[in-house]
Design a protein around this ligand. Structure first.
Ligand SMILES: C[S@@+](CC[C@H](N)C(=O)[O-])C[C@H]1O[C@@H](n2cnc3c(N)ncnc32)[C@H](O)[C@@H]1O
Length: 203
């Protein structure tokens, strides 16, 4: 394994959401000071700019997305980008454990609305408001819980779950994002709750 070495600014690699990339970078660097972080997984990695950045910096990083069209074919052939639902990680990863699982702007009504728009070929602004607060709200709540539960199972003891949301994705604590209560009910310990920048730990 190459020596971990953050030698490059992650932002130029970002195809969207620079806030999330910068924030994840900052949090990973901070956690890496006190914990051995090598194996990482990004849920809802989209174009996978951050997964590539992590790999270039010596981490054994994987990325998954439920939307296959987002994923680069070369990364898929090499096996580090996988078309997979973050709520069903064991389906692919079996007993593999990660030191860190990340998500950038994946868990919120807004992120789910955009995801749905993508999936059904709609312009996101044409998705009716009722979908965001009604059906999409329930889907986002379900998605958030499923990702948190599945990730807990895939983390090593003392492993971390990091979720950041950029400003268009986050619209308050009741809009499909992680709440401290939900995370703790599932079994995580809260390390940081900002609430747009969240660090949880498996006990
Ligand atoms: C708003 S985009 C953010 C993409 C990327 N993280 C970024 O910041 O550029 C949300 C992404 O999460 C993915 N996603 C949502 N729920 C998911 C799930 N349960 N499993 C895997 N991917 C999921 C969507 O397909 C979409 O690519």
């Amino acid at each position: 394994m190459a020596k971990k070495n953050f030698n490059r600014d992650p932002v130029p690699k970002a195809n969207k959401g620079p806030y999330g990339y910068e924030k994840m970078f900052e949090i990973v660097m901070e956690l890496d000071k006190s914990s051995d972080i090598t194996d990482t997984l990004e849920i809802g990695c989209g174009g996978a700019g951050f997964v590539e950045f992590m790999r270039e910096n010596g981490f054994n990083s994987y990325g998954i997305d439920i939307d296959e069209s987002e994923l680069d074919g070369d990364g898929m052939r090499k096996g580090y980008l996988i078309h997979l639902n973050g709520g069903a990680l064991a389906h692919h990863f079996k007993d593999k454990k990660f030191d860190l699982i990340l998500a950038n702007s994946v868990m919120s009504y807004e992120a789910t609305r955009v995801g749905m728009a993508h999936r059904y070929g709609l312009e996101s602004e044409k998705v009716p408001e009722s979908l965001r607060t009604g059906i999409t709200g329930q889907v986002a709540d379900f998605n958030t819980r499923a990702i948190l539960e599945s990730s807990l199972n895939q983390l090593r003891p003392k492993g971390y779950f990091v979720s950041v949301n950029n400003e268009w994705a986050y619209h308050g604590p009741e809009t499909g994002t992680i709440t401290e209560e939900l995370a703790e009910n599932i079994g995580y310990k809260t390390i940081l709750f900002n609430p747009t920048d969240i660090v949880l730990q498996k006990p």
